[in-house]
Design a protein around this ligand. Structure first.
Ligand code: OAD
Length: 242
């Protein structure tokens, strides 16, 4: 199985901002103002508006998946059709994204593990219910499950919170023979630890990024360049392999 971890860089050429690049979101907005539970308690309007703007970007139809998202969907398809020939522990592709956008789904990926949650979903901070939500969120909104007002928030994982699906992700990493890191700086834990786990378990490791990251020397193979070129190039190589 091929384990793919994506980050903000894969969506950059679709028009979405990354976080830590020189024009990234965290150079314009402070993490502690918009991306922690405390920020939401202190200033819910500001936090909801920050995510409303980001949700509108992915729901107004202007932002489209790019060649990199499409290549991963093509790879998922191809591996599903010819699983046995590849001799993996488990066949197929496991796609984990740190991104909260929906571009992998729009590209046709059927199985996407959103470890940092999704912009198009809301969560009730009172009862914990989670559901699809594509409109703006406001402090007047009421939880459809417990009827509490004012505690609906985007279903995205904030700093100091535990990402989703960690057990499943670890299990899939253990079942994989290749680990591929695409468009992520690889500095946010626990995703940042997957490279070490992969190395320790003898997986082949591949980095695809605009430029080498701080962990570049730990990867067996590297593809540097814009994701729209580098990801299809890697996918073509995988599909041509005997
Ligand atoms: P970062 O902003 O930390 O890293 C983006 C990476 O994308 C960098 O390594 C860039 O070199 C690369 N990149 C930029 N443009 C690219 C392009 N066109 N093609 C290929 N690569 C490109 O974003 P993430 O690593 O995704 O979490 O950040 C991880 C987490 O930190 C996010 O999920 C978010 C953030 O804080 C939370 O909000 C909890």
């Amino acid at each position: 199985m091929i384990f793919v971890l994506t980050g903000a860089g894969i969506s950059r050429e679709s028009g979405l901002e990354t976080f830590r690049d020189k024009d990234g979101l965290w150079t314009k907005v402070k993490i502690e103002d918009v991306a922690t539970p405390r920020a939401f308690r202190k200033n819910p309007k500001m936090v909801l508006e920050f995510y409303n703007q980001r949700r509108r970007e992915v729901t107004d139809g202007h932002i489209k998946p790019n060649e990199a998202h499409l290549a991963l969907a093509r790879l998922e398809d191809a591996l599903e059709k010819a699983p046995k020939a590849r001799g993996s522990k488990l066949p197929g592709l496991f796609l984990v994204t740190q991104n909260v956008d929906n571009l992998h789904e729009l590209a046709g990926s059927r199985q996407v593990c959103h470890m940092h949650g999704r912009l198009n979903a809301a969560k009730c901070d009172h009862c914990g219910a989670r559901f699809d939500w594509v409109k703006d969120l406001g402090v007047e909104d009421v939880c459809p499950d417990c009827q509490t007002k004012g505690l609906l928030r985007p279903d995205v994982v904030w700093f100091e919170e535990v990402p989703y699906y960690l057990e499943e992700i670890q299990e899939m990493l253990y079942q994989s023979d290749t680990f591929v890191s695409i468009g992520t700086s690889g500095v946010v834990y626990p995703a940042a630890s997957y490279l070490t786990v992969a190395k320790n378990r003898g997986l082949q490791t591949v980095e695809i990024n605009l430029a080498p990251t701080v962990s570049a020397s730990y990867f067996d193979r590297t593809f540097y360049g814009p994701a729209t070129k580098a990801v299809p190039a890697w996918v073509d190589e995988v599909l041509k392999a005997p």
